[in-house]
Design a binder for this molecule. Structure first.
Ligand code: PXP
Length: 240
């Protein structure tokens, strides 16, 4: 199982003071040197953390794949097509949210999402659709022509009782198994940290976990290289 490191919150610290530091590119390079398998950045419409220049600089300087997270808008499609990241993860976005709150409703927006997936595929960008672990949304992702999905693990991460966590984990297992049978590549992420990642990393068949906030938070105390190495070891240990 691979580890994609999301470095949005390096940019959050920079934007909090309008300084030039810390540079997301430096974080991307350190994460790469420490074993990250890909770098994820979310270029939000409101540019609250990652900026357009960050996307260009990171794409130009890293050697591992770039996964660009974005809402499906004309502006973001043009940026993605001009930058050509290896992957684009399409997420729903609303301005008031603190972070991506739920998966896409592909079922209700099938034509619109299919058209976006096709435009990105023409540019040789592999598209992943961020969805809740829900069979109907998986079927809709296939109908939209996406080769890959990312399963939203937020509900699992936010569960307040063991029973609820177990139930949410089971939904993720069912979604992974169903998606694999249908030939999709399956990633997962959101809200994963050093305590709960093990329970997702030991689900067989997930290609990559995308983890951001907890790694950046841990980096404050142990440094980014150590934070990435620890998460990678945790994932590899769980998968064995
Ligand atoms: N995957 C997707 C699609 C996301 O939107 C996010 C948050 O930007 C993550 C993974 C990473 O979530 P977290 O920062 O909670 O690890």
């Amino acid at each position: 199982m691979l580890l994609g490191v999301n470095i949005d919150h390096i940019a959050t610290i920079r934007q909090a003071r309008g300084t030039a530091y810390p540079r997301p590119l430096d974080a991307a390079l350190l994460a790469e040197q420490s074993g990250a398998d890909s770098i994820t950045i979310h270029l939000r419409e409101d540019r609250r953390h990652i900026q357009d220049d960050d996307v260009n600089n990171i794409k130009a300087n890293i050697s591992i794949p770039l996964n660009l997270e974005m809402a499906l808008t004309n502006e973001m499609l043009s940026i993605a097509i001009s930058i050509a990241p290896a992957y684009c993860c399409i997420v729903p976005e609303s301005r008031e949210e603190l972070t991506t709150e739920g998966g896409l409703n592909i079922k209700n927006n099938l034509d619109f999402i299919s058209a976006g997936v096709a435009r990105l595929a023409e540019a040789n960008i592999k598209v992943s659709l961020f969805i809740d672990p829900d069979k109907e949304q998986i079927d809709a992702a296939i109908a939209a022509g996406a080769p890959c999905i990312e399963i939203h693990t937020g509900r699992f991460a936010e569960a307040t009782t063991d029973a609820e966590a177990k139930q949410e984990r089971q939904k993720i297992i069912n979604a992974v198994n169903y998606s694999l049978k249908k030939g999709l590549t399956v990633n997962a992420g959101h809200g994963l940290n050093y305590d709960n990642t093990m329970d997702i990393a030991n689900i067989k068949g997930i290609n990559e976990l995308n983890i951001g906030h907890s790694i950046v938070a841990r980096a404050l105390f142990v440094g980014l290289p150590e934070a990435v190495i620890e998460m990678k070891q945790l994932i590899q240990g769980a998968a064995e």
